[in-house]
Design a protein around this ligand. Structure first.
Ligand SMILES: *Cc1c(COP(=O)(O)O)cnc(C)c1O
Length: 399
């Protein structure tokens, strides 16, 4: 009681931290999971295929293979693409670690191509400069939900005989030139982590139109093992199973698939709400000199996983860290996505060094993710805007 009274004297401090992202689980979701719990299969039952079909149909792809998480799915995609020792895979430094770690899992070499400072996505011109005789694949990441220039990147991949993998962890439901993400690349990965568009707790998926990749992904997800009589090299009898590749246990469960199926019913509403919030933010922050708002490629229709503001240091008397900490004090759960992957100690040990991708490093110095998720209430949105304006006025300095 006393605490609340104290807080109300401080202008616009929320009583609890607003996270940058959060799931939205309703009663339909809970009932769907409970129904599976009461049934015969809690893992490897029929719900997984229903979930796979639903996502494949939604994004316009022929096949889908669900995985235990998005990182495992990317690992599977690298395996199916044939990435191995001596192979280079081009990706962006402004991404989650998994986009390039999956290359290392297969003993390949990640090659980082710099970003475009307008969209924060990998720059097709930089990809072209990094292509070599050893380039096996490109992993293009739709940062913050905005699709990469997938038309140009597809063309590059085709010209050079390179496998194109799209890391669409941020962009389920987004489209490029009117076509949904999932229907463009050789393989496309979605993640169902709770901050992403729909959740299964942990979960991921690869969609593809290529039957050969599809079969490889199925093997890889399940110890490299098959029981399908058509695929067996030998057949000792009805018990017989055969391990043909080195695979993993990367399976998802029916429980999770039931949650995912139910969440998919709400995906379009979730995205609609995200876009609404983005419009409110854009309007509120437009004209605030020194704040760089997210720019959109006219061909891409983002599904808005993240809203990133950049603070141009020339306009503020405090650095990004001070501003960041102050917003956290106001209970606004700001974040930074991402630290350029190659600056991580593990990557530095392999020989990657600062200066490799100057745009990515500039971006990292100035970027800040502010809360964006469909369950945000109008008051939450107002709290974010008020807090940003408060901190902005405190530190804005005309030069
Ligand atoms: C979330 C994410 C992943 C990995 O997904 P998990 O399901 O958490 O393993 C990969 N790439 C990007 C860009 C992501 O944001």
């Amino acid at each position: 009681m006393e605490k609340n009274q104290n807080q109300s004297t401080v202008n616009s401090v929320r009583s609890s931290m607003l996270p940058y992202g959060q799931q939205w689980i309703d009663n339909q979701d809970i009932e769907a999971v409970v129904k599976v719990l009461r049934g015969d299969f809690i893992t490897q039952g029929p719900t997984i295929e229903r979930f796979e079909s639903k996502v494949a149909e939604y994004v316009g792809a022929k096949y889908a293979v669900a995985f235990a998480n998005g990182t495992a799915a990317l690992h599977g995609a690298c395996f199916a693409a044939g990435v191995g020792e001596g192979d280079e895979v081009i990706t962006t430094p402004i991404t989650f670690l998994a986009s390039s770690n999956c290359v290392l899992y297969q003993s390949g070499t990640p090659v980082f191509a710099d970003i475009d400072l307008d969209t924060y996505n990998i720059d097709p011109k930089q990809i072209e400069l990094k292509i070599s005789d050893d380039t096996k694949a490109i992993i293009a990441v739709d940062f913050a939900g905005q699709p990469v220039e997938i038309d140009r990147i597809s063309m590059l991949a085709r010209e050079h005989g390179i496998v194109l993998i799209q890391d669409a962890a941020h962009s389920l439901g987004a489209s490029f030139a009117g076509r949904k993400i999932g229907g463009w690349a050789d393989m496309t990965m979605f993640s169902f982590h709770p901050v992403k568009h729909v959740t299964t707790g942990e979960g991921g998926m690869i969609v593809t139109d290529n039957e050969d990749y599809y079969r490889k992904l199925l093997l890889f997800r399940n110890h490299g093992m098959t029981k399908d009589p058509n695929d067996l090299i030998e057949n000792d009898g009805p018990w017989y199973y055969e391990m043909q590749e080195l695979g993993y246990n990367y399976r998802i469960t029916d429980l999770q698939a039931a949650l995912g199926l139910s969440q998919m019913d709400k995906l379009d509403e979730f995205i609609k709400r995200r876009r609404q919030i983005v419009n409110v933010y854009n309007e509120a922050f437009s004209g605030m000199k020194g704040l760089v708002l997210p720019k959109q490629n006219p061909l891409s229709d983002s599904s808005w996983h993240l809203y990133v503001l950049r603070w141009d240091p020339r306009h503020f008397s405090a650095d990004r860290k001070t501003i960041f900490n102050e917003l956290r004090t106001l209970n606004i759960g700001v974040h930074v996505h991402y630290i350029p992957v190659y600056l991580q100690p593990f990557y530095r040990k392999m020989g990657y060094a600062a200066g490799l991708c100057p745009n990515a490093e500039t971006y990292y110095q100035t970027a800040m993710t502010i809360p964006l998720f469909p369950k945000m209430k109008d008051q939450d949105i107002k709290d974010v805007i008020d807090a940003i304006k408060t901190v902005y006025s405190k530190y804005y300095a005309q030069f």
